[in-house]
Ligand binder design. Structure first.
Ligand SMILES: [Zn+2]
Ligand SMILES: [Zn+2]
Length: 344
């Protein structure tokens, strides 16, 4: 079968790999029908996240189950399913407390030995461990493009907003309008938040946020601080989401949030980063961080997509063939796409 493999920074290749086989009774094998390229894949592409050359990448997928071990009870061959970007055991200390994203036996697709040596999903087929936890059947009315988001990007937007304790009527600011930021904007609006400020420098992304119903604010051509002060009686927003993963974005989020508000750092941090703790302390801010508990949220997110209250499909800007993955990564690296869906 074909698989997209990391070779070196700025080099991926489509290579031939043996088709996966069941290794445990809780495994399934999925024939991939759609697989996304994610911002996390770009960290690997750039060499910022280090994995072994030749490892298959990708972690967003929708497809059909072609084999399942006898310990798998919730999906069966022939089912159209979506996958979460990581696996969880369901029985460890953390899983029993619902923190599936911190599972002691968690493995992330397509991230090399760093995160559990689980081959990625940008391929014709993928081996899915703990299939009952990792996979969900996709309702007929949900397209592959939409379902793809439930197991990663929309689940992450949901986590960023909902885990911050949002209530109807709360004001929210989202910094960084990549796919995760735009999903956070949608979830905030669907949760009844308002106003929802969407902040970025890319005109096209601001335009998408505006069409979704957010107040789009250009980071440098406008003053997010002024816009937010005007709209919140000088207080600042109740919740600010850093969907960038950069110290400057985190600092801005801390400054835009009202006293006793919440900052949600959902962007990827891999290095030490200076935080103005004096400001966090004097404002009595709550700071939430970490990657998303997608398995904990996936059923609600999929339900909202099926009901039409969340619709990630406007974020899909490109469909490309799996064979064209090297070109797709170049396009994504140039920030010419929001979400590229590869089709085997
Ligand atoms: Zn991802
Ligand atoms: Zn676990």
């Amino acid at each position: 079968m074909r698989a997209v493999t990391f070779q070196a920074p700025h080099e991926v290749r489509v290579e031939d790999r043996p088709a996966p086989e069941l290794e445990s009774r809780t495994d399934a094998v999925v024939s991939i029908e759609a697989t996304g390229i994610c911002g996390s894949d770009l960290h690997i592409y750039h060499g910022r996240v280090k994995i072994e050359p030749g490892f298959t990448i990708g972690h967003e997928f929708v497809g059909t189950v072609v084999a399942a071990g006898d310990g798998v009870t919730r999906v069966k061959p022939g089912d159209r399913v979506l996958g979460c970007y990581h696996t969880a055991c369901g029985t460890c200390f953390f899983c029993l407390r619902g923190a599936y994203h911190k599972c002691d036996r968690m493995r992330v697709f397509g991230h090399g030995a760093l995160l559990g040596s689980l081959q990625g999903t940008q391929a014709d087929q993928a081996l899915v461990p703990m299939a009952d936890m990792t996979l969900r059947r996709v309702p007929d009315e949900v397209s592959n493009d939409a379902a793809l988001f439930a197991g990663d990007v929309m689940g992450t937007g949901y986590h960023a907003v909902v885990e911050s304790g949002v209530k109807p009527g709360d004001s929210v600011a989202v910094l960084g309008l990549g796919p995760v930021g735009l999903c956070a904007v949608q979830v905030a609006l669907a949760a009844g938040a308002g106003p929802v400020f969407a902040i970025d420098t890319v005109e096209q992304r601001l335009e998408v946020a505006h069409r979704l119903g957010a107040r789009a604010v250009h980071l440098t051509e406008q003053s997010p601080r002024e816009e937010i002060r005007k709209a919140t009686s000088e207080r600042g927003v109740d919740i600010a989401v850093d969907a960038v993963g950069h110290p400057d974005a985190l600092d801005t989020a801390i400054r835009l949030t009202r006293k006793a508000g919440t900052v949600s750092a959902i962007g990827v941090y891999a290095e030490p980063c200076q935080v103005h703790m004096g400001l966090v302390w004097i404002k009595a801010l709550t700071v939430r961080s970490g990657h998303a508990n997608v398995i904990g949220h996936v059923d609600r997110v999929l339900g909202m997509i099926a009901a039409g209250s969340l619709d990630p499909t406007p974020l899909v800007t490109h469909h490309m063939a799996l064979d064209d993955a090297p070109e797709a990564y170049r396009v994504y690296d140039r920030r010419e796409a929001l979400k590229i869906v590869l089709t085997p």
